[in-house]
Write a protein that binds this ligand. Structure first.
Ligand SMILES: [Zn+2]
Length: 303
């Protein structure tokens, strides 16, 4: 019988093993020792990848292969290299949760690898506008398919639901649910203990963002694992409803704080000089609060 130390060494040596239900093929990730990226299975053949930019969600199992968000070309190449070590063939589906460059610049890597890059209508428009503005239209690969409210895709036996609940982080954020694995990718709808980017120029809406997170918390059960785009140093890019609720509280407190400050006649400049945390949401700290203050004043100001 193997000792637990031996068992641990065995597990280490052979990497992270994953065998999907009823499958004879064990899929495993063996990252190079000096890999600049992290890639892990979570459940049901679905996992996450982090390196530079918004967290990528992916699926590799007997049903097929799926990628959610693409970071930058170099990062997508790293991901694809790991995926093809486990399984050959085309990627059945690539999804963009929204248009931001740290989620879609890697789309170009999938030109020959997939037939479908799926996103919300607004996300595609935003992607085109952003590429025009940056002057990099030739290197930006746009979604091939878009939808308005919801769409369901089947990849083998896995059922993948995409839903849209209106403007939040941008005007085109989608929520993706792997039904069998019961894993949800929220894109940038959660910034875990890190000040969010709120893209008013691309139709963001803080008040509706709060509603969208309500939907996310009621639509899925308590076993659901959620993946999100960004987290502060030392915090996780995946978690549960408690983390979603905590970020929702940040947005609610930001709105309250913005309204109160505006009522008191504070200018945006004053506010920026004196604010380091949002009262009632002190877990959000560090750099980047000014983007929240800009956004909340812009949103309240136009009401
Ligand atoms: Zn984003």
């Amino acid at each position: 019988m193997r000792s637990s130390a031996q068992a641990a060494a065995y597990a280490f040596l052979f990497g992270q093993l994953y065998a999907c239900k009823g499958s004879k093929v064990p899929y495993k990730i063996e990252l190079p020792k000096d890999a600049p990226y992290n890639m892990q299975f979570l459940r049901g053949g679905v996992g996450f990848f982090t390196e530079r930019g918004g967290t990528i969600g992916w699926m590799v199992n007997d049903d097929g292969m799926v990628v959610i968000d693409t970071q930058f070309p170099e990062q997508s190449k790293h991901l694809v290299d790991e995926m093809v070590k486990m399984k050959k063939g085309k990627i059945d589906l690539v999804i963009n949760t929204h248009h931001h460059g740290d989620h879609t610049s890697g789309n170009i890597v999938y030109t020959e690898l997939t037939d479908v890059i799926l996103a919300h209508n607004n996300s595609k428009t935003n992607q085109m506008n952003a590429a025009k503005k940056r002057g990099n239209e030739s290197s930006q690969v746009y979604p091939t398919n878009t939808f308005e409210k919801e769409i369901q895709k089947r990849v083998g036996k896995e059922i993948i639901d995409l839903k849209y609940f209106g403007p939040a982080h941008t005007s085109g954020d989608v929520i993706t649910h792997f039904q069998n694995a019961n894993i949800v990718h929220l894109g940038d709808l959660v910034f875990n203990r890190r000040f969010p980017y709120i893209d008013m120029g691309a139709g963001a809406n803080i008040a509706n963002w709060v509603n969208v997170l309500d939907q996310a918390m009621t639509m899925y059960d308590d076993e659901t694992i959620f993946i999100w785009g960004h987290a502060a140093e030392g915090y996780d890019v995946k978690g549960g409803k408690d983390d979603i609720r905590a970020f929702q509280n940040y947005l609610e407190k930001l709105l309250e704080f913005g309204e109160k400050s505006m009522r008191e006649g504070k200018t945006l400049e004053e506010l920026k000089q004196t604010t380091t945390v949002i009262p009632g949401a002190e877990e959000w700290k560090g750099k980047g609060i000014s983007r929240s203050l800009d956004a909340v004043y812009a949103e309240i100001g136009r009401e």
